[in-house]
Design a protein. Structure first.
Length: 423
């Protein structure tokens, strides 16, 4: 029986694996390294975060993005975006040099069993562990607007469903959304000869400013410090103090996570959109139906009394984000999933060491944002998560000796029984 199984091999899973290996845990890491970055982002995209804020985490802090770039004759500079392809290569380099060898099979099911958990891989192997860390990234949580659901994938897709956009060359595409994914996707489409429009609910697009210089007078830094999520004291707090963020009242955390760092385009994509891409603001899709040659969209302004209009397009790309709810963690057995406590937004309750309300089941990444704040939506959050989560796993292993059976409430022994929130 393993001490820990890590499910997922993106920035969070690889970072957890590195810290767990350094702690001497007997573990396995499952998943295709950096799969989301390699398979679900079109070529030509760039990281929105600064290079120094995009590191995976090893205990010694030696395997940084800057070190990787320097080894290839590239300087990772503040204010200069890094190509997504280079970041994916960095993650694979990190995986080769830290932690255990990654098992590229997919874990299809995790269930509770006496003494811990059993995990089933896509080729049918069953493994057992005393603890599991879910670092499944964003793909289980893809969100498509209700009006577009049910249409064939040949007509509607999510922005994360594309590793390249060449299939849309010379076609008409409508991109739904007003954030970075929508705007950069639209820019790439326009640049390859696609007729593209962006349809956004907001009354105006938001654009991030060019970041202030790394070196500047102390008083400017004091007024608006650099942070992994951008300049400013609020961003610094979200970035540097996730543990303190978790101590805020649940209602306050929910409001911040829902509103902080909202949809916005990076400064370096603005010139590629303005004047090159048709933008329809203050509009949302009310109805969509398949028609010969594509999709007819019925769209309307959100202002009262505005007249609806129809648009015809060959394909719709929904760059509409992700909803990290417990119910979308379908790789968990029904008993295990349904017995996890949730907060108001439907995401799991997460304890102080990233442990769920089922002892020994830990979570990382987007699904923990409601507990630890906006940093968990970005690579930057992996550093705090990896250290805290592995400490939690070690605490759990000390509390649950090998072979112990986790009892259900009332003294009955049953897989998936809830044990109450920790911390």
């Amino acid at each position: 029986m393993y001490d820990l199984l890590v499910v997922g091999a993106g920035p969070y899973g690889l970072s957890i694996g590195s810290h767990a290996a350094a702690a001497g845990l007997n573990l396995r890491v499952f998943g295709r390294p950096m799969a989301s970055w390699r398979d679900h982002m079109p070529r030509g995209m760039f990281l929105k975060s600064e290079p120094w804020a995009s590191n995976l985490s090893d205990p010694g802090g030696r395997r940084t993005l800057e070190v990787y770039c320097a080894g290839r004759g590239v300087t990772a500079r503040h204010g200069e975006p890094i190509p997504v392809e280079m970041f994916a290569e960095y993650g694979m380099w990190f995986a080769r040099h830290t932690g255990p060898e990654v098992d590229e099979r997919t874990v299809t099911r995790v269930a509770a069993c006496p003494g811990g958990f059993e995990a089933v891989t896509d080729d049918g192997q069953v493994l057992h562990a005393r603890a599991v860390a879910l670092a499944v990234g964003v793909m289980p949580f893809v969100e498509i607007p209700a009006a577009l659901r049910g249409l064939d994938s040949a007509l509607v897709s999510h922005s994360s469903h594309h590793s390249d956009l060449i299939r849309f060359h010379g076609k008409d595409v409508t991109v739904i959304g007003g954030g970075q994914a929508a705007l950069e996707t639209a820019a790439l489409l326009a640049e390859q000869g696609t007729r593209v429009r962006v349809l956004a609910r907001a009354e105006s697009l938001c654009w991030n400013d060019v970041p202030p210089p790394w070196e500047r007078p102390w008083w400017k830094e004091a007024r608006s410090p650099h942070s992994g999520l951008g300049p400013g004291w609020r961003n610094w707090f979200y970035s540097q103090r996730p543990g303190l963020f978790r101590r805020l009242p649940e209602a306050t955390r929910a409001r911040i996570v829902a509103t902080a760092l909202g949809p916005a385009g990076a400064w370096w994509v603005r010139d590629r959109v303005e004047g090159a891409v048709e933008v329809l603001l203050d509009h949302e899709v009310k109805e969509a139906r398949a028609v010969p040659g594509g999709v007819r969209l019925e769209v309307a302004s959100r202002r009262s009394g505005a007249r609806p209009r129809s648009l015809r397009t060959e394909h719709v790309i929904a760059a509409t984000g992700f909803t990290a709810s417990r119910d979308r963690l379908t790789l968990l057995s029904d008993d295990l999933r349904e017995n996890l406590a949730t907060v108001a937004d439907g995401s799991p309750v997460i304890g102080q060491d990233f442990e769920s309300t089922y002892p020994g089941l830990f979570m990382a990444g987007l699904v923990t944002a409601s507990g630890f704040g906006p940093a968990m939506r970005f690579v930057h959050g992996a550093t705090y998560t990896a250290g805290a989560l592995v400490r939690g796993v070690r605490r759990h292993l000390r509390a649950k000796p090998l072979g112990a059976v986790i009892p259900a409430p009332g003294g009955r022994r049953r897989s998936g029984a809830p044990m109450g929130a920790r911390g």
